[in-house]
Structures are given as structure tokens and as C-alpha cells.
Design a protein around this ligand. Structure first.
Ligand code: HEM
Length: 537
């Protein structure tokens, strides 16, 4: 097989900023046509705080995306439509909260889906939207432009410094990851040329990049308060998959996109099949950590099935007999997270997996016997030490990350909120956009699909849920008009339990804490960490 070196620029990867764009993202779409979007973003936090987002988004015109020209414009459009969409779906959180909306108005969904198609992304908030395309440089003359202390965010949901810092930690890690990515390509080239010194040197550069990532990750505690993160920020980043407990049992219907043709109202399934389900934003969508995994030959198995790394003999045999590297990671969650990465980055991970044989090279160059002799001056021993140093640092990163998840999610969920929660307004913000759908809902209330979600059979209130269920509140869904859309009408005067829990809620000691992607967070993360540790040679 001829060796064709990978080139970062073929995958929209910046040699200086890694998976971030080389130039800072746009802070505004300059074409005045897009002012209706930008004007909402100008006062986004205030609108969200004052409960104005939903009415404003409903009133917003459906804009044509054909006036977007550059990649940067598409990225900005994707990001701001994502902020508006998630603010709309999740409503304002905090002490007074709205129920989640299962419907996304056409004003957002139509352009968002078009832009997402162009960028080959799912129309949902992802790491790229909030961390890759949402930063600015504070001092253009700074020595290290991409140092975390020289970065700011462009948008946040909460308007808090905590949320900015939460995003910026990932942004800064991505920027410093550029060194690691260049080093990975250099290590691959060293392997191809059978140049042990070059591979060792490149592995040491990967280690530096990982070291920087570790230092930046530890700084999360400095300016992002775990309480604020869990109770005020995280909810907005949630997607609409596995979110039944948060009030979205079927996901979200993208109006104007998925409800344009006629569908049978006799059949509830035909309506709910149109609801989209997507995982929420998570730094698990950063391609950087997956790139390090692939480069170091770390394999991840389905959660609950701890696999084993191949032995020297297995790797040698595979190489000799098949001439192919190890198969790509098989943890379905991590693989699935690639669908939430920009297409070039996704492609890079695939091509990297097909090209990279660093671990096999180290294994074959420095067998165990040589390691046992331990002559550090032997270049083959130095190579293996360099490789192991990288694995140690990646494992250390995952140890720190598990500590963070414990403090920012697990402990918060177990401790519960420190504020009293007020019932939400008695009139639901749930609305059904079409008169026909209200019929479907009325029918559905007679034959509720999921334990009576929409009918008079209220689900029992769970006293541990935060915030709404604490209040035991229920809704009368009333008729009304919202931006030209007739609101839902259920059987007159029927109390429904449309109101559900939220992602941010108190849980009891025995419950599983799920990530924004719906995983059993700690079990998954510990397995990924252990698989990393087991890769050491
Ligand atoms: C307050 C800070 C953070 C919290 C609470 C947090 C939480 C989580 C959770 C719950 C998961 C499990 C899967 C999921 O739900 O998506 C996860 C996965 C992951 N997170 Fe974070 N995260 C934080 C910061 C970061 C940062 C700064 C990075 C690095 C850029 C990062 C990188 C990852 C990666 C790569 C995974 C996939 C598992 C792995 O490869 O180890 N996270 N995170």
C-alpha cells in the first residue's frame, strides 16, 4: 500500500488552531437581511431572562439561507440558530421554569436544518457550535493569542462568566491540541520511514500537547462554579434524545420541515415518528480526544464490555498477515458522537484510523524483553517510554475529567438545589402548531401512547424532580394564538401532566446520573479511562 500522508488542511483543520478555525469566528452576520436573527442575539440573555425568547422566535420571519456565502457565515448561522432553538425548547430555567417545548417553530427549524445540511451536522447544539465557532480574541497583540486568558466567548445562554469559562476551557484545549495533531502526523511519517527517533520526538510533542490539555482542564474549577453549571447552564445544552424525564418523550418536531406533507391523524405513530431525537452538546464531541485515542491505538468497547488491547504477538500477526492497523473504536456512543462533529473532522478521524500504526510500531520495535533490560539510552526503549508517557497523560486527563463530572454533575444532582422553586405559570407554553395536530392530541389523550402523557392520566408527581415536579403543578392547556399558530386544545378543562422534570434535577442516591447524551455518565467514563490505562505497554 502506498503511503499518502494526511494533510490537516484537507480536513478543515488549522495547523495553528487545530479543530478551531484559524481566524476567529464571525461575531455578526453583516448582511442586513439577517438582522432579525442578530437583533435577537443582541439581547439574547435579557430576552431569555425575561421570558421573551419564545414569543420573539415565533414571530421571527423564516429567512432564506441562500444569502450566506462563506463557511464562517454558515458556522455563525448554525451557532445562533442553535442558541435560539435550545432557548426555545428548554425555556427559561432557574427558580421559575417553563416546560420544555416539543415543537420548534419554522422560523428556526427551516433555516437551521438547511444550514446543518450544508455543514453536514445534525441540527442541534454541539461542541463545534459553542466551543469551536463561539470565541473571540481579547488582545490582538498578546504573545499567545489562543491562551485561555486571552479568549472570550461570543454567546452564552446564561450570560454568566461560569458558562463562558466552561466553553473556553474546551476552546483553549482544542487550540493547544494543534501541536498534538501536527505531532501525530509527524509520528505517522516516522513510522512509515521506520525512523525511531522521529517517532519518539513526535510522541514527546504529543505528550506536551496532552500536558497542556491537562493543565487547562484543571482550571475548570477557577471560574466555573459547579452549582451554576448544573442548575443554570447544563439544561440548555441538552438535546432531545433520551429526554422523556425532561419532558420530551418523543423528541422535538421541526415545524415547516417534518410536518409539511399530510399524515394520518388516526395514527398517533405517524405524528411521533416525525419527531427528531438528537443527543445534546457535549465535549465528547471534540474530535481531539478521539484523535489522540486513535493515534495511540486506544480502543473503546461498548459500555459494559471491557475489551482487551492486543498483545505484541497479536499486533505483529495482524500486521504481517493482513497489513492493516487495528479496527476503529467500537464504543457506539463515541462513534455516534462523530455525527455531531464537522464533516471534515469526522473524515479526519476515519482516515487517521485507517492510516495510523504508531502503537503497532512501538510494540514491534521494543518488545517486552528489551523493556525489562530497561536501557534508557536505547532508542527503542526511549520510544516505548515516550509512548507510555502519552498514555499516562491521557489517562490522567480522564481521571481529572471524572473528578470534574463528579463535582459538577453527580454531587450537584445528589445535593439538590439550594433555592425554593416557584410553580410555573398555569398556562403551558406547550403549543401545537396546527389545528389538525390538536385533533391528534385529543385523540391521543383518549389512547395515550406513553402512559398517558397527553391525556387526563397525569403521571404521578415525583417529589425528587427539580424544579417543577417539586411543586406538583399541572397544566390546563388552553387555546390561544402564538405567532399565527393556534395553540393546542385538549378536552376542555383537562388537567394534563405535560410538565415534567428537567435535566437539572435532584436525584436519589441509587439513581443513575446521565450525561447530556443519555449515557450512564460515570460507568461510561470509568470504562473509557480504564481502557486508556490498559493500553500502556
Ligand atoms: C464542567 C465540565 C465538564 C463536564 C461536567 C463534563 C461532563 C461529561 C459527561 C457527563 C460525559 C459523558 C458523556 C456525555 O454525556 O456526553 C463527558 C464525556 C466527555 N467529555 Fe466532558 N465534561 C466537562 C468538560 C470537558 C472538557 C473541558 C473536555 C475536553 C475538551 C471534555 C471532554 C470529554 C470527552 C472527550 C468525553 C468522552 C469520553 C472520553 O473520551 O473520555 N469534557 N463529559
Amino acid at each position: 500500500m502506498t503511503y499518502a500522508p494526511l494533510r490537516l488542511e484537507d480536513y478543515d483543520i488549522s495547523p495553528t488552531n487545530g479543530f478551531l478555525p484559524t481566524k476567529p469566528p464571525l461575531k455578526r452576520l453583516l448582511d442586513p437581511y439577517y438582522e432579525p436573527w442578530e437583533q435577537i442575539m443582541d439581547r439574547f440573555n435579557q430576552y431569555l431572562l425575561a421570558h421573551h425568547i419564545r414569543p420573539l422566535v415565533r414571530k421571527m420571519p423564516v429567512l432564506d439561507t441562500s444569502k450566506l456565502t462563506t463557511e464562517a457565515e454558515y458556522q455563525r448561522a448554525f451557532t445562533i440558530l442553535g442558541f435560539m432553538a435550545h432557548a426555545f425548547v428548554w425555556g427559561r430555567n432557574g427558580a421559575v421554569s417553563e416546560p420544555a417545548s416539543e415543537f420548534l417553530p419554522a422560523s428556526v427549524s427551516i433555516p437551521w436544518v438547511t444550514v446543518a445540511d450544508y455543514l453536514q451536522l445534525n441540527p442541534v447544539i454541539c461542541c463545534a457550535a459553542v466551543c469551536h465557532w463561539n470565541w473571540q480574541i481579547l488582545d490582538e497583540d498578546a504573545e499567545d493569542l489562543m491562551n485561555i486568558d486571552n479568549l472570550g466567548t461570543i454567546h452564552t445562554f446564561s450570560g454568566s462568566m461560569d458558562e463562558s469559562w466552561f466553553y473556553l476551557v474546551t476552546t483553549a484545549i482544542e487550540a493547544k491540541g494543534a501541536r498534538g495533531l501536527n505531532a501525530i502526523l509527524s509520528a505517522i511519517s516516522g513510522v512509515e520511514r521506520n525512523n525511531t527517533e522521529l517517532v519518539t520526538h513526535a510522541l514527546n510533542a504529543i505528550a506536551q500537547s496532552l500536558n497542556e490539555a491537562n493543565h487547562i482542564l484543571e482550571r475548570m474549577y477557577e471560574r466555573c462554579d459547579p452549582y451554576v453549571f448544573y442548575w443554570k447552564i447544563r439544561e440548555f445544552l441538552a438535546g432531545w434524545e433520551n429526554m422523556a424525564e425532561a419532558g420530551l418523550p418523543y423528541g422535538v418536531l421541526y415545524e415547516g420541515v417534518d410536518d409539511t406533507d399530510t399524515f394520518s391523524l388516526d395514527n398517533w405513530q405517524s405524528l411521533i415518528r416525525r419527531f427528531r431525537k438528537y443527543a445534546g452538546g457535549s465535549a465528547a464531541q471534540t474530535p481531539l480526544l478521539q484523535a489522540f485515542d486513535i493515534a495511540l491505538g486506544i480502543k473503546h468497547y461498548p459500555t459494559g464490555h471491557l475489551g482487551k488491547q492486543s498483545t505484541v504477538a497479536e499486533a505483529r500477526n495482524r500486521l504481517r498477515e493482513q497489513g492493516v492497523p487495528e479496527p476503529p473504536p467500537a464504543n457506539s456512543y463515541l462513534v455516534r458522537m462523530r455525527d455531531y462533529m464537522p464533516s471534515g473532522h469526522r473524515r479526519f478521524l476515519e482516515d487517521l484510523a485507517a492510516t495510523c500504526r504508531i502503537r503497532e510500531y512501538v510494540l514491534l520495535s521494543c518488545p517486552d524483553t528489551l523493556m525489562h533490560i530497561g536501557d534508557a539510552s536505547d532508542p527503542r526503549v526511549a520510544l516505548r517510554h515516550a509512548y507510555n508517557g502519552c498514555v499516562d497523560l491521557l489517562k490522567a486527563f480522564r481521571d481529572k475529567h471524572i473528578m470534574i463530572v463528579t463535582r459538577y454533575i453527580i454531587m450537584q444532582a445528589k445535593n439538590g438545589p439550594s433555592i425554593t422553586v416557584r410553580p410555573v405559570s398555569p398556562v403551558s407554553n406547550h403549543y401545537i402548531p396546527r389545528a389538525e395536530q390538536s385533533q391528534a392530541l385529543t385523540q391521543a389523550s383518549a389512547h395515550p401512547p406513553c402512559g398517558g402523557r397527553l391525556g387526563g392520566d397525569s403521571l404521578p408527581a415525583d417529589p425528587t424532580m427539580y424544579p417543577q415536579t417539586n411543586t406538583g403543578s399541572s397544566y390546563v392547556v388552553s387555546k390561544g394564538t402564538t405567532g399565527g399558530c393556534p395553540a393546542a386544545t385538549t378536552t376542555a378543562g383537562t388537567s394534563t401532566s405535560l410538565e415534567k422534570g428537567r435535566l437539572a434535577r435532584k436525584i436519589d442516591d441509587n439513581s443513575v446520573v446521565r450525561g447530556t447524551g443519555g449515557t450512564d455518565a460515570i460507568q461510561f467514563l470509568k470504562q473509557v479511562r480504564n481502557e486508556t490505562a490498559h493500553t500502556k505497554l
